[in-house]
Write a protein that binds this ligand. Structure first.
Ligand code: FES
Ligand code: MG
Length: 571
């Protein structure tokens, strides 16, 4: 047994009435005395849920983690937290990311846990768990669930990214309802999260690049036996981390965040990365701004050829060597002495990584796209910033001036977008309001709004689109997102009218509304912002306290942490 007293000894190491209560009820689960006598107690924070289909295999994954914990001399205790299924949760899983983070934080702090394994998969289940754990800051390791196998439909490979194409094809009359139903059954055919570099895979890469997981966490498919092996090894590792007191704050330095931004650029990661990384930095107390996202992305080319920025699927990424190859390629640019979960540096973990398919992961000198990452725009239309993903955008629209076609909210958009009378062509700029953090509320993934039917019917597949909302990590197009301040918080976006002229200049990082400051001000004076959704409960709390997108859309009172100190007894 170790000399050091673990946190859990303040429960199980007590004598008299208190120790009796803490141990006695644990023993009803068939636990012998020696298990609670000074071993590291490892929490397994499980987001298993049949309403989160991407995480539906997590009970098995937890069993692999437990094996590793037991082997290394720890004692595993699995506990549930609220789980967010991206596809089912209304109005958007993002509304509840911060709520889950509170569940995770309080569950860890309140319980006899010395270290924690976070089981993460579907989009929001990663940032919510990492954010909550950061606010406690005990030794923590992430095990991601892995991506699904590549979807198959009529002999072709398909994935979540095709949802948007199928939907446009259906509206343009090029696909039937029957074909849609067939595609539906072929797309999600195994355990795991979305099979492209959408938000879930982006998050799995983010945790690996930050050093919060073992190498290869990002890309092993859910259905591959290697995923269970990784889970077992992670179970072993967390016990070491507790013994060495390797906490999140030791790993999540400013340098680790810089590394994550560079890696995200090289893989063509989701724009949602921006919100989640800023929120995580806010919890662990690292200064990080929207500008840093642009600064550290700039100059990093796209070296992973994965949908939606490229051609291949997460399964192919793993067979090509996975994230370790990307990290090896970037080694010259990364902070290579950053420490990771296993106590080794980025350089020690990754400098000998082997790549197997240059069609999927290229070398730095021969990228798939010289432009990657996330560009941060500024201008009178987004005083605090907006983002665009150049690798998912059309080169001919990167500098574009056009006439605004404005939708006041998502219902307005849905009711008019296919109206033959809508005065729009492909040179116009679609503007959508009231889909920001406060406005919706929760910032839904509607920013990549489908094109008007009359434009689609000409065979046009992209137009400039601007909103204060988000875009699915599987989405693509010349889409300006996260406009801050949002329309519902008095942002200039709220006063844009049909016919106004807007200039997008991605190389110049500008988003400009061609109106005088006086005109903008006088329009703002008369604008009435809707209020009234949810005057009680969590949604009300959220609307009052959510910060704007450029700060990560966390709740203001959740910034920072309250540590891992053990609070007072309940009896
Ligand atoms: Fe869960 Fe895409 S819906 S990862
Ligand atoms: Mg999503």
């Amino acid at each position: 047994m170790e000399d050091r007293k673990y946190r859990s000894s303040q429960w199980f190491g007590r004598s008299g009435k208190d120790g009796f209560i803490y141990r006695a009820w644990m023993k009803k689960q068939g636990i012998p005395d020696y298990e609670l006598a000074g071993k590291p107690i490892i929490g397994i924070c499980n987001t298993w849920s049949e309403l989160t289909p991407c995480n539906s295999h997590f009970r098995e994954l937890a069993e692999s983690v437990k094996r590793g914990v037991l082997e290394a001399g720890g004692f595993p205790v699995e506990f549930p937290v609220m789980s967010l299924g991206e596809t089912l949760i209304k109005p958007t899983a993002m509304l509840y990311r911060n709520l889950v983070s509170m569940d995770v934080e309080e569950s860890i702090r309140a319980n006899p846990i010395d270290g924690v394994v976070l089981l993460c998969g579907c989009d929001k289940t990663t940032p919510s768990l990492v954010m909550g754990a950061c606010s406690v800051d005990i030794p923590t390791i992430v095990v991601s669930g892995g991506a699904m196998l590549t979807g198959k439909h009529q002999g072709a490979s398909i994935s979540t990214s095709d949802v948007w194409r199928f939907s446009d094809a259906l509206r343009a009359g090029k696909m039937t309802d029957e074909e849609m139903t067939l595609a539906e059954a072929g797309m999600c055919r195994s355990d795991g999260h979305c099979a492209v570099m959408g938000t879930a895979s982006t998050m799995a890469c983010m945790v690996e690049a930050l050093g919060l997981s073992l190498p290869h966490n990002a890309a092993i498919p859910a259905a591959d036996a290697a995923r269970k092996v990784l889970a077992q090894l992670s179970g072993r590792e967390i016990v070491n981390m507790v013994k060495e007191d390797r906490r999140l704050s030791h790993i999540l330095t400013r340098e680790a965040f810089e590394n994550a931004i560079m890696v995200n650029a090289a893989i063509g990661g989701s724009t949602n990365f921006v919100l989640h990384l800023l929120a995580i930095a806010g919890r662990i107390g690292v200064e990080l701004s929207l500008k840093d996202i642009d600064t550290y992305s700039t100059g990093i080319p796209l070296i992973a050829n994965l949908q939606p920025s490229g051609e291949y699927f997460m399964e192919d990424f793993y067979y090509a060597g996975g994230l370790p190859v990307v990290i090896r390629e970037l080694m010259e640019k990364l902070n290579r002495s950053s420490i990771t979960a296993n106590g080794k540096t980025i350089e020690e973990n990754y400098s000998n990584s082997k790549g197997y398919n240059p069609q999927v992961i290229s070398g730095l000198p021969s990228p798939f796209n010289p432009v990657a990452g996330i560009a941060v725009l500024k201008g009178n239309l987004c005083a605090d910033g907006a983002v665009i993903k150049p690798s998912a955008a059309s080169p001919h629209l990167m500098q574009h001036t056009g006439r605004a076609v404005v939708f006041e909210n998502i219902e307005d958009y849905r009711s008019r977008i296919d109206d033959p009378a809508l005065d729009v062509d492909e040179t116009c700029i679609l503007v959508l309001k009231e889909v920001g953090p406060k406005g919706y509320p929760g910032m839904p993934e509607v920013g990549n709004m489908g094109l008007p039917a009359k434009v689609l019917s000409k065979g046009i597949t992209d137009m400039v689109r601007i909103s204060d909302g988000r875009m699915s990590g599987t989405g693509f197009g010349t889409v300006v997102l996260h406009v801050s301040p949002e329309s519902a918080a008095g942002g200039t976006l709220g006063i844009v009218q049909d016919g106004d002229i807007i200039s997008l200049d991605v190389p110049g990082r500008r988003l400009h509304l061609h109106l005088s400051d006086d005109e903008i001000e006088s329009r703002k004076q008369v604008r009435v912002t809707e209020t009234g959704i949810g005057n009680r409960g969590y949604v009300n709390l959220y609307r009052q306290h959510v910060e704007q997108a450029h700060l990560g859309a966390d709740l203001d009172f959740l910034k920072g942490g309250s540590g891992s100190g053990v609070t007072r007894d309940s009896h």
